[in-house]
Structure formats: C-alpha cells, structure tokens
Design a protein. Sequence first.
Length: 115
Amino acid sequence: VQFVESGGGLVQPGGSLRLSCAASGVTFSSYVMSWYRQAPGKERELVAVVSSAGGSRTYADSVKGRFAITRDNAKNTVNLQMNSLKPEDTAVYYCKVSILGTDYWGQGTQVTVSS
C-alpha cells in the first residue's frame, strides 16, 4: 500500500488549502479513509473520516464546519478541503487506511498557517 500526499503549504489565517492523497496497491473503494495531523510537540490526532463509499463523514470538533473530506474511488484519491484556516491548524497532515488491523500511512504534507 502506498500513498502520495500533496497540497500542503504556507497560507495566511482565513485562507484555504486542498490536500490530496493518491493510493496504490490497495482496493481503495473497500476501505474507510482518514486524515490525521500532528503538530509540533503534540500527539497525532484524527481530523476526518470518510466511509468506503463516501456517504458518511465524521470530523474532529476543532475542524467541523471548516474542513470537508471527500473521496473519488474511480481515481483512488481522498481529499481534504480546508477553509477558514487558523494558526492552530498548523501541522503535518497524513492520510491513513487500516487493513486487517494494520495501519498504512502517507508520508505527510506540511500545512503552515501564518501571517
């Protein structure tokens, strides 16, 4: 299983970014996909989850109403649209899939929110 993440960068507070995670080596449409983030000095935390067919989504309270997770099973990609970004959203963002009890992670993409 491999992931290639993209879309991170530096953005001012109130701005937007769209993260993408392209998967290979997995029957993508069979699995729940998640985005996590890890800020400096903090533990990795769950940001958003999307069901295998894309019909169900859940979010951390800290990002509800600002972030949206979507997936395209035809392209084996999962996306995270991030709006109204805050400095506290600064972190490395990772996509993840769990298959038969094993977690597979992307390499991470840095998001920095700063003026």
